[in-house]
Write a protein that binds this ligand. Structure first.
Ligand code: PLP
Length: 370
């Protein structure tokens, strides 16, 4: 089996699995008083230290959550509740975790969501953002890199625009953490989300980084875990695995990025002679492993299913948008017609792929499209 769907879920690393198993077998509830709770508290501390170090943050700024989606919701709800401002501005090509939490907030509390247009390159239109942002803007959210095209976004510049009107700024770094450098200070964000299963951890853990001095309110209240910002007993095995996986991904980042992007470029090259093929975002700076390809006249889901039958796992658009049939909102935001957008396939490579696998994927795609 060839796995080329790393943007949906990266295979967990051996070390992350070991960390999860160790936590399961040796620890109790981190909030308790006995010795197994002390082990748990130490593991929690270690995980927080590793996550903070990977992001260039302080440990006290990390809030563990159960997913990237939860981290996004926590950020959007808190950012949107900034003072008496009414407007939330999000990128039109965000993940649904951001788009739908912004909609939910306005449905519950009022206000309006406005969308930063996406340029045909897959990049957010910051000239438009500069015109939209004003004294009524509570929050601007722009993802660090897009999950369908891999296009890396001008986050630091967007943060400057947001701050120039006194708005807060959030970035969804779910696709970038562990793959390209993520420094909360360099990005200039106020809040940043990550998710463990995108960089070799296991699903069930995520985190929100929130800059010190920014007061948050919890979405989930209860026993006061995570400094009262996210109650509920921590999923220690997943959190512990997340710390280990992120530390590991960061230390192998430069080497992996060079090898994975060379394979991605080779795959793009090998597919480029297919009639009518286009690679949305292909001319922009992208994540190392992500390749979005549109094969006009060939439904993307069908292509993905046929590749699966040939032993190759890819996705048609974003795998994590469950049951959401139809054209990708990311690709249509880039100006691609809905009919063509339905012909998209996302290949997302990782450190475990090999050059031989790229040849096999390219051959099978040619065979299927023929
Ligand atoms: N944000 C982006 C950019 C994503 O790609 C994903 C998942 O694919 C999420 C948020 C949601 O993360 P999770 O699956 O951990 O809820």
């Amino acid at each position: 089996m060839i796995y080329a769907d790393n943007a949906a879920q990266c295979p967990p690393s051996r070390e992350a699995i070991d960390a999860a198993v160790y936590a399961m077998n040796n620890s109790g509830n981190p909030s308790g008083l006995h010795s197994r709770s002390s082990v748990a508290a130490r593991l929690l501390f270690e995980a927080r230290r590793k996550v903070a170090a990977a992001l260039g943050a302080q440990q006290s700024e990390i809030i563990f959550t159960a997913s990237g989606t939860e981290a996004d919701n926590l950020a959007i709800f808190n950012g949107a509740a900034n003072g008496s401002r009414h407007k939330i501005i999000v990128f039109a090509a965000e993940h649904k975790a951001v788009l739908n939490s912004a909609k939910s907030f306005t449905r519950i509390f009022g206000g309006a969501v406005e969308y930063i247009p996406c340029l045909p390159s897959g990049t957010a239109d910051l000239d438009a953002l500069a015109k939209m942002a004003d004294g009524d803007t509570a929050l601007v959210s722009l993802m660090h890199a897009n999950n369908e095209t891999g296009v890396i976004q001008p986050v630091a510049e967007a943060a400057r625009i947001a701050h120039s009107v006194g708005a807060l700024f959030h970035t969804d770094a779910v696709q970038t953490a562990g793959h390209i450098p993520v420094s909360v200070r360099e990005l200039g964000a106020d809040m940043l989300s990550i998710s463990a299963h995108k960089f070799g951890g296991i699903a069930g853990a995520g985190a929100l980084w929130c800059r010190a001095n920014l007061k948050l309110l919890p979405l989930i209240s209860g026993g006061g875990q995570e400094r009262g910002l996210r109650s509920g007993t921590e999923a220690l095995s997943a959190v512990s695995a997340m710390g280990t996986a992120l530390e590991q991904a960061c230390s192998a980042m430069a080497q992996n990025a060079a090898r994975v992007s060379a394979m991605r470029d080779n795959l793009q090259e090998r597919l480029s002679d297919i009639a009518g093929v286009r690679f949305p975002g292909g001319d922009s700076v992208r994540l190392p492993g992500t390749l979005c390809a549109v094969f006009p006249g060939h439904n993307g889901e069908q292509t993905a299913l046929m590749l699966d039958r040939a032993g190759i796992c890819v996705s048609a658009g974003a795998a994590c948008t469950t049951g959401d049939a139809g054209a990708s909102h990311v690709l249509t935001a880039m100006g691609i017609s809905p009919a063509e957008a339905e012909c998209a396939v996302r290949f997302s490579l990782g450190a475990e792929n090999t050059a031989d696998e790229i040849e096999i994927i390219a051959e099978k795609v040619h065979e299927i499209i023929r």
